[in-house]
Write a new protein. Structure first.
Lengths: 278, 325
């Protein structure tokens, strides 16, 4: 039998500090969990853009450019036009993966959040911690994608810093909304398959990803207007190759994404707290 | 092996604080709309005490536990944990508790030691402290050989021991165990009881809910028997049995169709008779003597068993129902 000293929690724990740093502890857990998948994440993070750029960027791009000329889409080549949209997609996908599934795991599958809440961690700390970790994942996805885009000559190195910040911002805005949505899901009865098929895919198809939104008939353009992907893509195109945007519209893009981020986190923290206390 | 005694000035001073109440509940109530889950119960738990909440499913035990664990707000009465009100100081209280929930909720993708580590980090415990503490807890939970195994590969009993070890990572003032051995096989239950008994011996304040009478008898210094949100009785297991039951119980089975028919013939033989669908219980100070009297009446039970009274009998006496139905 060892003579280990039992100091007791009152001696060991600085409660106020532990409460204030709660989100960091949750994020630390999430990052440790993510580290188990790091090879897959990097493989996917590199493989996905390479495949997309080879097939759509270069393949479809060759067809478009041969018909429209090398500056025929929004004043640039098709690959340059497409790149910011793909980057926005990668950011959104990365953030979504790390908000949606951990939330369902936390509340329903493994009930990890209830274990966290048995400590001094509150619903607020847990929700913010998940968002912080999703931000790290989103950053990894964005940086890997940008690396490939630069290698393919789809974006310039000079545009990378600004694109990195806005892409992460856009990804987190959508991630916050997914965090909010997932926090209301009681049972996974295929709900995420529905989300993927009826929200994510249409958003990807109707957000001016492959062609300017203005090409669509007006009765379909509204899908792009409400889609965070369109707002993120427009900002990306502005930063990447100087796509023309009115200042008020640029402000609208940022405001829309900012609203999603703030409202998503606010409602999610409220729901996390409420659900953990039931 | 985890040991709570030491030579440091900060060591766990049980003897000096035996009168300190860790938990005080007065008219504690929890309602969900019109449904009253916990109905104005009163109890106190002293430092170092092993306190049990015994009752069937739906008795209000887990709801009471969640209010003590400061994750569920009461709707009436007063509750004080470590001198604080959980409705306003929940996080401050929870930092000092160890909680073992009914269902294990580990991160199954992480290794055994990593689960202890991340849980310690939730409390903001230093990495250096945790390095030693994890070794100690792995020894205590007899999981040292499994330290680098993913949690999803552990057996049910091992997961349960890991949950208990996790609950001790912050050296809690109170360790709360909600149905700690439900779903485990007999061997795993006995290993777990051994671990909990060691904690009890070392002065950790335990609060345990269970619907297993043998578990309550083994682990609890004092307990409350709950049913339908109310406290039916309170005391030590021995005193409750003494107060509400006889020394021995004779269980006889005449067959499911004959039990009800025979019961009136033998109801005068003991202090009290309970006729259940599958058996008849005769409460007496001398079970063997009652069995001889039954034989003398010319009755031949298919099976008979003389045993000492248990908390199951106390519960049956108090509520007219068995604990596990």
């Amino acid at each position: 039998m060892s003579t280990t000293n039992w100091q007791g929690a009152r001696e060991l724990i600085n409660v106020q500090r532990a409460i204030s740093r709660g989100p960091l502890y949750v994020a630390e857990h999430r990052l440790r969990n993510m580290s188990k998948w790091i090879v897959s994440m990097i493989g996917f993070g590199i493989g996905n853009p390479v495949m997309f750029l080879l097939s759509v960027g270069i393949g479809v791009g060759a067809l478009v450019d041969s018909n429209q000329g090398s500056a025929g889409v929004d004043g640039v080549g098709y690959l340059t036009f497409l790149a910011p949209a793909l980057l926005a997609t990668a950011a959104i996908q990365g953030a979504m993966d790390e908000t949606m599934f951990p939330t369902l795991e936390g509340f329903t599958w493994g009930k990890l959040f209830f274990g966290m809440n048995a400590t001094q961690l509150s619903g607020n700390s847990i929700a913010v911690g998940v968002v912080l970790a999703a931000g790290v994942r989103c950053s990894l996805s964005v940086l890997l994608y940008e690396l490939i885009l630069v290698l393919f000559g789809a974006i310039s190195l000079a545009a990378v810093p600004a694109l990195t910040l806005t892409s992460i911002f856009s990804g987190m805005a959508f991630g916050a909304v997914m965090l909010m949505g997932a926090s209301f899901v009681k049972q996974d009865d295929g709900v995420f398959a529905v989300v993927n098929r009826f929200i994510i895919t249409p958003m990807f198809m109707f957000s001016g990803t492959y062609y300017p939104l203005a090409v669509l008939p007006i009765y379909l353009q509204w899908i792009g207007w409400i889609s965070p992907m369109w707002h993120a893509t427009e900002v990306g195109r502005f930063l990447s190759y100087g796509h023309q945007i009115e200042p008020w519209l640029l402000l609208t893009h940022f405001s829309y994404l900012g609203f999603m981020l703030v409202a998503g986190i606010a409602i999610a923290t409220w729901q996390f707290t409420r659900r953990l206390a039931k | 092996m985890l040991c709570l005694s030491g030579t440091n000035q900060k060591e766990f001073q049980l003897s000096e604080q035996t009168n300190e109440y860790m938990i005080i509940a007065k008219d504690l109530t929890k309602k969900y709309g019109d449904f009253v889950a916990v109905d104005g119960i009163n109890f106190q738990v002293k430092r170092g005490e092993s306190f049990g909440l015994l009752g069937p499913n739906g008795a209000g035990k887990s709801t009471t536990m969640r209010m003590i664990a400061s994750t569920l707000q009461r709707t009436g009465g007063d509750l004080e944990i470590l001198g604080l009100d959980p409705n306003t100081k929940g996080p401050e209280i929870r930092a000092h508790l160890g909680v073992v929930p009914q269902a294990d909720n580990h991160d199954t993708e992480l290794k055994v030691w990593e689960n202890l580590y991340i849980y310690g980090r939730y409390f903001g415990l230093a990495r250096k402290f945790l390095k030693n503490k994890i070794e100690e807890l792995l020894d205590f939970a007899q999981l040292q050989e499994k330290r680098n195994v993913k949690v999803e590969e552990l057996s049910g009993g091992m997961k349960r021991r890991l949950t208990i070890a996790r609950g001790l990572v912050n050296e809690p003032e109170i360790l709360m165990l909600d149905e700690p051995t439900t779903g485990l096989d007999p061997q795993a239950r006995h290993i777990l009881w051994d671990r909990l008994f060691r904690l009890k011996e070392q002065g950790v304040t335990l609060v345990i809910t269970t619907h297993y009478m043998d578990e309550a008898e083994q682990l609890c210094d004092r307990l409350i028997v709950m049913d339908k949100g109310k406290i039916m009785a309170e005391g030590s297991p021995a005193n409750l049995i003494k107060e509400y039951s006889s020394k021995e119980v004779l269980e006889v089975r005449f067959g499911s169709t004959k039990n009800a028919e025979v019961a009136p013939l033998i109801e005068k033989l003991g202090d009290r008779v309970e006729s259940l669908p599958d058996r008849i219980l005769i409460y007496s100070e001398d079970g063997e003597a009652v069995l001889n009297q039954i034989h003398a009446l010319g009755l031949e039970p298919q099976t008979s068993l003389v045993r000492r009274s248990s908390l199951e009998d106390v519960f049956l006496r108090l509520t007219g129902r068995t604990l596990v139905e």
